[in-house]
Design a protein around this ligand. Structure first.
Ligand code: PLP
Length: 472
């Protein structure tokens, strides 16, 4: 699978009055020069029609940082899809825009998030982890007698139904699928968390569910495969990893465009997918703001999240994008090291191209061929990131760092032993970065780490790495 390396020459699209967009969809063409193209559909369309004039807004926001109504974040995002998909994506955009303001939908979703998902998730003071870093400072930099150092809090998405943040979005989108009259949902999953969440949401809403998963991932995340099957989903094995499973799921959707809904699990893909997923994850940050205010009467100083494609990171960050005094820190997977070629550090070493329908940073070679990502956290193994994440990097609003497989595994063990919480290996990348972050922070600084999922699914991986004995 290759991507499209592109230089954008076009100017921003003109704003067009809302509600007419279907009629004039073909009238706006954005010029691009391509080196090579091979999107999932094998068709590159550089058209991006005008759109609704309503984009979900927030108080205090910088509109530029939050993207325009065509799903563009600066030069990132857009709709690089064949013409045949445009009308279905516009239907989706219409429905998404409608449900944002629809009282009945919002009430049903809020009730389900509370009673089914278990929201709000706690903002937990990790007292022993905080103490661990204080002790480390005392021994390594000789801060004897000092009680300072930052306080570390965990946003406990691991306590959500199905064990990760993925259910927030899966449930909301499954409700949209039903409204669009689709009886069937397709999805792709890497770590299996999105697959399980989608299977659960489909069971609840009586939708047929098919989940595509890479052969390697099926082996590594066997417990999630069993859960998906128990929840009534059909799991289809695809040669390769998550990116291959994604391509296959999208192909399947394209073949059954009106009966089937493609339920994207993260903030990638053509507009409106990235904005929609971000919106359905944004309660993570909203709850954090409220909880921080209750706990210490202020905002967090630093937010930390792992970055696979970016949905848990944006879920936490989005609410705070306009708060310049809040540091946003994303942590990518450095795998076996950035020089090893075996990592998923797209922002650290990737460059810009088009893949799966949008422009963003990608891991690709000089020919635009997509490189195979690697991480011990299977959910981080995607060769791209969401366009909004790319934009946060480019504008400097968020900073991005990396953690290796080994550092993530150590962080997983540390949290398990100190707090009795087994984090997913994906979330462990965010936790691992605390080693570097904490010594740079002032006393009393409040750090919130998104604990995006629980680690039960990773026990087999830890056994294989010799961290845990086999129970056999
Ligand atoms: C627990 C957990 N955290 C993080 C991720 C990475 O995805 P994203 O960057 O979209 O949050 C995954 C993906 O499967 C996951 O399962």
């Amino acid at each position: 699978m290759s991507s499209t390396k592109i230089q954008v020459r076009g100017q921003p699209l003109p704003r067009v009055p809302a509600r007419n967009h279907r009629m004039i969809i073909n009238s706006v063409v954005r010029g691009v020069s391509t080196k090579r193209h091979h999107c999932v559909s094998n068709v590159l369309s550089c058209k991006s029609g005008p759109s609704l004039d309503f984009v979900p807004t927030r108080t205090n926001e910088s509109q530029v940082l939050r993207g325009d109504s065509n799903g563009r974040f600066g030069r990132f995002g857009g709709m690089f899809v064949p013409e045949t998909l445009m009308s279905r994506l516009r239907d989706l955009e219409d429905e998404f825009t409608f449900v944002l303001g629809d009282h009945k939908f919002q009430e049903e979703l809020t009730t389900a998030l509370r009673d089914y998902v278990g929201r709000e998730t706690p903002l937990y003071f990790a007292e022993r982890l905080t103490e661990h870093y204080k002790n480390l400072a005392r021994t390594t930099v000789g801060r004897d007698g000092q009680t300072g150092g930052p306080e570390i809090y965990l946003k406990r998405e691991d306590l959500s139904h199905c064990g990760s943040h993925k259910i927030n979005n899966a449930l909301a989108q499954a409700m949209i699928a039903r409204r669009l009259g689709c009886s069937r949902v397709v999805a792709a999953t890497g770590a299996g968390q999105h697959g399980v969440a989608t299977a659960a949401a489909c069971a609840k809403l009586s939708l047929e569910c098919t989940v595509f998963m890479g052969t390697n991932d099926i082996e590594k995340q066997a417990s999630n495969v069993l859960s998906m099957k128990l929840l009534g989903a059909q799991v289809i094995s695809v040669e390769g990893t998550f990116k291959d499973a994604s391509s296959e799921a999208i192909r399947n959707w394209v073949e059954n465009l009106y009966s089937t809904y493609y339920l994207s699990g993260t903030v990638v893909g053509p507009h409106p997918c990235p904005i929609m997923v971000r919106e359905f994850q944004s309660m993570i940050g909203k709850e954090t703001r409220r909880q921080a205010n209750q706990l210490w009467g202020g905002k967090p100083d630093v937010l930390v999240a792992c970055v696979g494609s970016g949905s848990n990171a944006l879920g936490l960050f989005h609410e705070f994008v306009g708060d310049k005094d809040v540091r946003l820190v994303g942590v990518e997977a450095a795998g076996l090291g950035l020089d090893s070629g075996k990592h998923s550090a797209t922002l650290a070493v990737g460059d810009i191209g088009v893949y799966h329908g949008a422009m963003s940073y990608l891991l690709q070679d000089d020919q635009g061929q997509i490189l195979i990502p690697h991480s011990v956290g299977v959910g981080l193994e995607y060769p791209g990131v969401g366009p909004e994440i790319s934009f946060l990097k480019e504008t400097g609003r968020a900073e991005f760092h990396t953690a290796t497989d080994q550092e993530a595994v150590q962080a997983c063990m540390l949290l398990s032993r100190l707090e009795g919480i087994i984090p997913a290996l994906e979330a462990s990348h965010a936790l691992a970065f605390l080693d570097k972050l904490v010594p740079t922070l002032c006393d009393g600084a409040k750090v919130v780490v998104n604990c995006s999922g629980r680690g039960d699914k990773d026990l087999e991986t830890l056994i294989q790495r010799g961290i845990l004995p086999s129970s056999k």
